[in-house]
Design a protein. Structure first.
Length: 291
């Protein structure tokens, strides 16, 4: 990962400068002190009701449970653990012994606090997803909640996961991909990714091919309708407020919260444009025989 992108990601998730303003805004609606994922909601439940981000952790935990003979006391790598909400949930509800790895030191520190507040014994360390601080064949299970999307070399991530997973070990990973099928859509998605400090997104079929090159894929599931497929209602509402009276009332409200209206609006506008071309997927894979 290049130093510029690494620094941008660190700034975004460490509360530094305008890059972090969008998360400070989200904290008014969601528990971003603990969760950074895209969330999951069943069809009958609005995404803003309860904790959609806890629900995504539960969905990933359920898939791990279905793929493993047991979960209580099983060592689980949480790749890109963020601020510890999913790890604490997976430890408390399913009994996993979690070790979380995140690129951003602030996130690892916050994750430790989150786990302690939840009464969970979990370990969190700073590390690169392409060079994990774990031994070969170290864990029987791994989860990654919307984290791989921030790593430019997706193939290197899954090669590294193959290394640290035990033979027969299970990966459950949710992530953001694209279905952009023309040049204009691709440019829109690329602009979104750059605004949100992500490398260019992979197409869904390309993502599946990358995983399959290193692991045996058992399931590749589209959960867009339960997450990002609902976001455009919110982004459209925000942009309507921006248009109201030239956006002055909204800008004033954001400034009162200590947020940069230009930075926040730019990111939401880029997301609004890209959302029709984005897909949220869950991959269940297993380390098979050595190739």
């Amino acid at each position: 990962m290049g130093r510029d992108l690494r620094d941008r990601i660190a700034d975004q998730f460490s509360g530094r400068g305008e890059r972090a303003d969008i998360w400070r805004g989200f904290d008014r609606l969601f528990d971003t002190d603990a969760f950074l994922n895209l969330g999951y909601s069943p069809w009958y439940l609005p995404h803003a009701v309860g904790s959609s981000q806890s629900r995504l952790a539960d969905q990933l935990g359920a898939r791990l449970t279905a793929a493993l003979p047991a979960t209580d006391g099983v060592r689980l790598l949480d790749l890109g653990c963020g601020r510890g909400g999913p790890a604490a949930r997976l430890a408390k509800r399913f009994g996993f012994d979690v070790v979380g790895v995140d690129l951003v030191p602030y996130n690892a520190r916050q994750a430790t606090d989150t786990a302690q507040s939840a009464g969970v014994d979990a370990t969190f360390v700073v590390g690169d997803a392409t060079r994990l601080p774990l031994a070969t064949d170290a864990v029987p299970a791994c989860v990654a909640a919307d984290a791989v999307v921030y790593v430019p070399d997706t193939a290197a991530v899954f090669a590294e996961l193959r290394r640290v997973l035990e033979p027969g070990g299970v990966l459950v990973c949710s992530d953001l991909v694209t279905r952009a099928d023309d040049a204009d859509a691709r440019r829109t998605v690329d602009a979104f990714a750059d605004a949100w400090d992500m490398p260019p997104l992979l197409a869904a079929d390309e993502y599946e091919r990358v995983v399959t090159a290193h692991l045996d894929v058992h399931r590749f599931e589209d959960i867009t309708a339960h997450s990002v497929g609902r976001f455009r209602t919110w982004t459209a509402l925000y942009l309507r407020l921006v248009a109201l009276l030239g956006g002055r009332p909204l800008a004033a409200a954001l400034r009162r919260l200590g947020l940069d209206p230009t930075a926040v609006t730019e990111r939401i506008r880029r997301a609004h444009d890209a959302l029709p071309h984005l897909r949220h997927v869950v991959v269940v894979a297993r380390r098979g025989a050595d190739r």
